[in-house]
Design a protein around this ligand. Structure first.
Ligand code: ASP
Ligand code: MG
Length: 821
């Protein structure tokens, strides 16, 4: 029992009034963080509370690196120099904190202690002083942060002091040190009970053995220190302050729209930690008196946010609460015939995430966290039965935690969602507090987001990558801004990036569109398209779409890769839809394989509702027989303005100046653009058509093909004679020439397709378009005597942006239906 110096009454006061708080390394990473922690300790901790701290920032890792470099120096002389550099950096970091946070005598006092410590380190590095045990060196990290935080509080006028846990916490050395509870309790109470009204800062992570040697409680062991200290004084509450608020339905760094959980039961929290969730260290729960204590997990960044309280909450309804995942797990397959080995696995201290037998194949499987691989490898070497064990990698885990999980609706959804994946195993944890799925595949955040939103039934999200920020890109972005609210009704839609051919502006939270052009100038960075594509699946959205608003062959070539990385595509770019048959088929195959959507409404007729009409007819059971018309705004403009009194060359020149033609008008005159549209249309209605199947009458004489643009523009009048002849020839029968595209289904597999000049009667509607107008004349089984005609402007940034938006609307309704089925 406790010694004579303190009374039972004092002990009771401590138990009733003192609570424990814990701050991890990242909460103490710099001076700003320290000040925030000091403020929380003053405002949210009681006057006699204990505050357990980790080493500041990455101090523990830095110390380990120095020790490693020094040990390395035994074989490699350079290593000593490295150790020295690392030590200098550590000193600079630690003393930088002191200088930033303290002043006057407070600064002097702590700096002096720091100097002494670093002298000792230097002596050790120079081989003058012997420090053989790593834990002793590691202990400095926590010692420094406790000492500094208490000095900062004192400087602010708060009564505070720090305690080196090695002065009270005694344990026997073991991989997980075994705490001697009574002497530790006694020593701690003796230290704190007489000082009611002092906030004590206690070092986490460290303790000592009965001989006084330093011991550590394992990596990230400060959570455990906190509950340990709390149990020793029989505290009612331990608050773990984190960078994130409480425990969420999933890791908020990976999953969108998580919800925080006000309450978690001990079993649930323990299972969560066991499954490798980063929220709490598994040992945290060991020392806890579950009937008395509550662990509160709370945000140090947003104190006002909801906290999670972990405690004895018995009769809550069973519910799937938290989704947790490991991107890599290792499986060990053990031959069941080796009974001894199986027994050894069963007896192993480290329990697997999940284990199962496949009796038919005579195999047992044990799945472990990737972090335990070293331990397992080492253990297997000792057991030395390699030929009966096979190590298997390439697996991942996703699990859902909640008491009596099997009875919950959430479990049903989880099971259904994962059945579409490469599921290797799905079963329950031994206490039935979790359902665990082992997948034979990589796990990306997109899958996690999808499962999460399905289970917790949130509004699903769509991330939009805008490729191309020219005319159409700008027009669509301003349209999107105008319609944002309406667009967001169906799904949570955000623009996650805007790219042009050289630079990328990416922000997974959604880019801010006010003054986006300026922001792009400032924030966009050079990028590599292929790298961007493989990184995108990590964007925290249920679905992603790429808007290809370019005319780029390079972007079109990446379509398979976009699909394979999970993006849907909306293109205003014709290059992919009109690519050669082999490439086109590859794009389609991959699109189908990955179940992605691809819309390209605007590639033919810009904003005209052509695809809707065609799809609608086909869905009604009609068959498209032929489509013909004027598919190009440029050609429409040229020919509607052309007659016997006008020089064709003048028109071409004017079209170029007015931006109605391609920069090089030969692109139009060779009819390439029209052929692309024709191909896209034909393929859209399910016809097989490739470039060589199309009869093309180019307007460009061969001798003008390979000269420079400048020379071509000069020699334009060389077109005039033949064009005038053409016109005169048509007039003989009262007709006018027009550049028409057409294809007609002859019988089931033969399609006649043509692009070229045709003579049209002067009164015909094709001969009387507004210059620039497109027209599509559609004959079907039902529209066989009178065609269905769609006409209107076939180019222009506004109508095209509108068409892109129409595709996005279609995608949104498709995706929200998908979620329902
Ligand atoms: N500083 C120790 C570590 O980095 C303990 C902790 O942070 O909880 O492992
Ligand atoms: Mg999501």
């Amino acid at each position: 029992m406790v010694g004579t110096k303190i009374t039972e009454e004092q002990i009771q006061t401590v138990a009733d009034q003192v609570q424990v708080h814990k701050f991890g390394g990242s909460s103490l990473a710099d001076a700003y963080c320290y000040r925030r922690v000091a403020r929380i300790v003053t405002e949210y901790a009681g006057a006699s509370d204990l505050v357990v701290v980790s080493a500041a920032g990455d101090t523990t890792n830095r110390i380990l690196a120095i020790i490693d470099a020094k040990e390395e120096a035994a074989h490699d002389e350079d290593s000593l120099g490295i150790a020295q550099v690392l030590l200098n950096q550590l000193k600079k970091y630690q003393q930088g904190l002191i200088n930033d946070l303290l002043s006057g005598k407070h600064q002097e006092r702590i700096l002096e202690l720091s100097e002494q410590d670093f002298d000792r380190w230097q002596g050790w590095l120079d081989g003058e002083e012997e420090i053989t045990r790593r834990p002793e060196l590691l202990s400095y990290g926590e010692l420094w942060s406790a000492r500094l935080l208490s000095a900062l509080l004192i400087q602010q006028g708060i009564t505070a002091d720090y305690i080196d846990a090695r002065t009270f916490l005694v344990a026997d050395d073991a991989p997980e040190p075994f705490i001697r509870v009574e002497p530790s309790r006694e020593a701690l109470l003796e230290r704190i009970a007489p000082h009611h009204g002092t906030r004590f800062i206690v070092t986490g992570f460290i303790c000592r053995d009965p001989e006084g040697n330093s011991l550590i409680l394992g990596r990230n062991g400060s959570d455990y220190s906190a509950t340990l200290v709390g149990s020793l004084i029989d505290a009612k509450q331990v608050t773990i302050w984190k960078d994130v608020a409480g425990v969420y339905s999933a890791d908020p760094r990976k999953v969108e729209r998580v919800v925080s959980l006000p309450i978690l039961d001990w079993q649930e929290a323990e299972e969560l930690a066991r499954l490798g969730s980063p929220v709490l260290h598994p040992r945290t729960f060991q020392p806890v008196n579950r009937e008395r204590m509550v662990i509160a997990v709370r945000s140090s960044l947003k104190v006002e946010n909801q906290q999670t309280r972990i405690g004895q909450y018995d009769d809550t309804e069973p519910r799937g609460k938290v989704l947790t995942a490991l991107s890599e797990v290792v499986l060990f397959r053990v031959d069941l015939s080796d009974a001894k080995l199986v027994q050894q696995f069963e007896d192993l201290d480290l329990t697997p995430l999940i284990s199962w037998n496949e009796v038919k194949q005579q195999h047992a499987y044990y799945a472990y966290h990737q972090n335990h691989l070293d331990f397992m490898t080492h253990w297997l070497e000792q057991v030395d039965v390699h030929d009966h064990v096979t190590q298997m990698s390439g697996y991942s885990m996703i699990a859902m935690v909640g008491n009596r999980i099997q009875e919950t609706e959430e479990y049903q959804v989880f099971k259904r969602e994962l059945s579409e994946q490469n599921l290797r195993r799905l079963s329950f944890s031994p206490d039935a507090n979790a359902v665990i799925a082992i997948l034979e595949q990589k796990l990306d955040n997109r899958l996690l987001n999808r499962v999460h939103s399905q289970i917790f039934n949130y509004r699903r999200s769509l991330g939009v990558l805008v490729v191309g920020r020219g005319n159409i890109g700008s027009a669509w972005l301003s349209l999107y801004r105008r319609l944002r609210e309406r667009i967001n009704e169906q799904m949570d839609v955000r623009i996650i990036g805007i790219v042009n051919s050289t630079r990328l502006w990416l922000d997974y939270n959604g880019v801010e569109l006010t003054d986006w052009e300026d922001s792009f100038e400032q924030l966009a960075k050079p990028y590599e398209m292929s790298q961007l594509i493989t990184e995108l699946p990590n964007a925290p959205y249920d679905e992603l779409v790429m808007l290809d608003l370019t005319d780029s062959i390079e972007v079109a070539q990446q379509y398979p890769s976009f699909f394979a990385n999970g993006l849907h595509i909306i293109s205003a770019n014709k290059r992919a839809g009109a690519s050669g048959e082999a490439q086109y088929n590859e794009i389609r195959t991959i699109q189908r394989e990955y179940k992605r959507e691809w819309y390209y409404n605007t590639t033919v007729g810009a904003g005209l509702p052509l695809n809707y009409a065609l799809n609608d007819l086909r869905n009604q059971g009609d068959e498209i027989r032929s489509i013909s018309g004027i598919f190009s705004g440029t050609m429409s403009w040229l020919f509607e303005n052309f007659n016997a009194d006008v020089k064709f060359s003048d028109l071409v020149r004017e079209a170029k100046v007015r931006g109605l033609s391609e920069p090089d008008p030969r692109e139009d005159l060779t009819c390439q653009d029209i052929v692309r549209k024709l191909l896209i249309l034909a393929r859209e209605i399910g016809l097989k058509l490739d470039w060589q199947d199309i009869d093309i009458d180019s307007l460009l004489p061969e001798h003008l093909e390979d000269i420079s643009l400048e020379e071509f523009m000069q020699r334009l009048p060389e077109l005039d004679d033949s064009m005038q002849d053409l016109y005169a020839d048509a007039q003989k029968t009262g007709k006018v020439p027009r550049l028409l595209a057409s294809f007609a289904r002859q019988d089931d597999d033969y399609v006649r397709a043509r692009v070229g000049i045709e003579y049209i009667p002067e009164g015909d509607m094709l001969a009387n378009l507004i210059p620039g107008e497109n027209i599509f004349v559609i004959y079907t089984d039902w529209y066989s005597e009178m065609p269905l005609v769609i006409s209107g402007p076939g180019a222009g940034k506004e109508v095209t942006a509108g068409g892109v938006q129409s595709d996005l609307n279609q995608l949104l309704s498709r995706l929200s239906n998908r979620a329902d089925d």
